[in-house]
Design a protein around this ligand. Structure first.
Ligand code: AMP
Ligand code: MG
Length: 269
């Protein structure tokens, strides 16, 4: 298999058709990846504990993708490797009347991670250049301005010690059909079946165009996009874990030094 980058080249127009959603890197199947996966989850747990203890910097993980692309599954997976006390999920649905009465980043900014925390966004400020664009929820001039606002916002966060990792979960249109059919036919999945998703599927090409523009214009060294091949759930999880692990290793968080001089201290009976 030809090696496929996760992060698209900065400044170059992203074409999703150049990225194979079925790519599985150096692995033939899930079993081949299993041992490395387990080792990574243990490392992630240890590094996240340090990030929390250090209490100086934060990590923001953004998940975007078409319906059924696996945002919920990816979140469950990332969580499974970490202490729930240091991890939060923020989910962004259709904005409330109060949210709509503010600028589009108002509700987002409130949910960004405080020092020591990992926050996972299930959808994000990118909806405001995706669903909003596809359904003409605001005029063209308004959403066109938003790419610059997003870049400035993400720069502000990174300057305040927040590392941002953005993941686009890339599935094929055929894979989405299978997953929607599975939701229709499996009792345990039916709660997720939404007729609205069938409507959204009709706008597939418009979503592709909207994603391509967001992935092109908001792909920065500070806050890079990762195009995660997501047809195979195990590879999706592998690629995400690997990326989060590398980022935490670069941060290299440290346990704080004890505040008091501990030498000679006796713990009372
Ligand atoms: P789900 O993630 O499946 O629970 O669905 C949430 C829905 O809220 C999706 O259809 C999103 O497109 C929609 N949504 C999220 N953010 C916005 C937004 N800023 N404007 C309009 N719709 C949104
Ligand atoms: Mg949904």
């Amino acid at each position: 298999m030809k090696k496929q980058p996760l992060v698209p080249e900065f400044g170059k127009k992203v074409r999703l058709s150049d990225f194979d959603p079925g790519y599985t890197g150096k692995f033939k199947d899930k079993d081949e990846a299993a041992a490395e996966m387990e080792a990574m989850l243990a490392r992630l747990d240890a590094l996240q504990e340090r990030l929390y203890a250090e209490n100086q910097r934060a990590l923001l993980i953004v998940f975007q993708g078409m319906d059924t692309s696996g945002k919920d599954g990816a979140i469950r997976h990332v969580f499974s490797s970490m202490d729930p006390q240091g991890v939060r999920v923020a989910t962004f649905k259709q904005p409330s009347a109060e949210e709509l009465a503010h600028d589009f980043l108002w509700r987002i900014h409130k949910q960004t991670p405080s020092k020591g925390m990992v926050t996972i966004f299930n959808r994000s400020h990118y909806e405001d250049v995706l669903v909003v664009r596809v359904h003409h929820l605001v005029p063209h001039e308004v959403w066109q301005e938003r790419y610059d606002h997003i870049n400035a916002f993400e720069e502000l966060l990174t300057e305040h010690g927040v590392t941002i990792l953005k993941f686009f979960l890339h599935i094929s249109k055929d894979e989405q059909k299978e997953r929607l059919e599975a939701r229709r036919d499996t009792p345990e999945k039916q709660w997720k079946f939404a007729l609205g998703d069938l409507e959204e599927r009709k706008h597939w090409d418009e979503y592709v165009a909207a994603y391509e523009e967001a992935l092109t214009r908001c792909n920065t060294e500070r806050a890079p996009w990762h195009i995660v091949p997501a047809n195979r759930k195990w590879y999706r999880n592998y690629a995400i874990s690997h990326t989060v692990l590398k980022a935490l290793e670069r941060l290299n968080p440290q346990f704080p030094k004890p505040v008091d001089n501990l030498a000679g201290i006796v713990v009372p009976e």
